[in-house]
Design a protein around this ligand. Structure first.
Ligand code: SAH
Length: 252
């Protein structure tokens, strides 16, 4: 047990060295977002470096999206034992077999939504709350639905601690959308259904955009735009998300 722990610490230290982080091991206190691992409590320098290393090279150009990624403290959304890796461009476990998405993919999906400060946005798959925070930096209001109750509660707490007042978290099956709050200027789905949920298309305002991964193992990222005549669809790239589960499956 001891040597296992020791070796995993060594791997972390090695990774830290490779990506140029201070060589300290992460805190394992079990509290979220502990800053103790690193010298700067806010870790802004790491976010700037992440933007330079991963976000700009991916072709993200919207200055508002870039600013949002520089502002939102991703380390506060990951369990403390992964805190050291918060500014590497990869997904990380958040418990309940779910992950926080890769930052460059969060940025790309957000950019595709072309958000305005007046927009009302729906997110399906709150997870850690990180994507919701990015959206909240750019839009007027964000409503987000999570099917795993403890994740929803944890995300709500993190977002409250960070002072976000324009985000509402709901527990439930996001396949059905949030009809009482429709229409939405933008909808983002961060878990993959095997087809486009019709309720989400129905809840788009005219001019509204829906971005989501569609498929089973590897998915295609699709962008839908509601027009006065119908819906336009664009296929963007291949991605990999956790599956969107339906309420009946979640209750089994
Ligand atoms: N956006 C998240 C990452 C999402 S991971 C973040 O920024 O951290 C996908 C999330 O979708 C998981 O938390 C999973 O529990 C949730 N999910 C899966 N099916 C769902 C459904 N039908 N409705 C709402 N949430 C769902």
């Amino acid at each position: 047990m001891r040597s296992l722990r020791h070796s995993s610490r060594c791997v972390m230290l090695l990774c830290a060295a490779v990506i140029g982080l201070p060589a300290v091991s992460p805190s394992c206190k079990g509290d979220r977002g502990a800053d103790s691992a690193l010298t700067s409590p806010n870790r802004q320098a790491e976010r700037y470096r992440m933007v330079d290393q991963y976000i700009l090279p991916r072709g993200i150009k919207d200055p508002a999206v870039i600013d949002a990624v520089r502002r939102v403290p991703r380390h506060r959304f990951v369990p403390a034992r992964y805190s050291l890796f918060a500014y590497i461009d990869g997904p990380l476990p958040i418990g309940h077999n779910q992950t926080i998405s890769q930052p460059s993919l969060v940025a790309e999906m957000t950019e595709q939504l072309k958000l305005k400060k007046t927009d009302k946005v729906l997110e399906i798959g709150t997870g850690s709350g990180y994507q919701a925070a990015i959206l909240a930096e750019l839009a007027d209001r964000v409503l987000t639905i999570e099917i795993v109750e403890p994740l929803a509660r944890q995300a709500e707490q993190t977002l409250a601690e960070l002072g976000y007042k324009n985000i509402r978290v709901r527990i439930g099956d996001g396949y059905r959308g949030w009809p009482e709050e429709a229409p939405f200027d933008a909808i983002i789905v961060t878990a993959a259904p095997d087809h486009v949920p019709q309720p989400l298309l129905d809840q788009l305002a005219v001019g509204g955009r829906l971005i989501l991964p569609v498929g089973r193992d590897v998915q295609t990222l699709e962008l839908h735009r509601r027009t006065a005549e119908g819906v336009e669809r664009k296929r963007l790239t291949l991605v990999r998300f956790v599956p969107l589960v339906r309420q009946e499956e979640a209750e089994k």
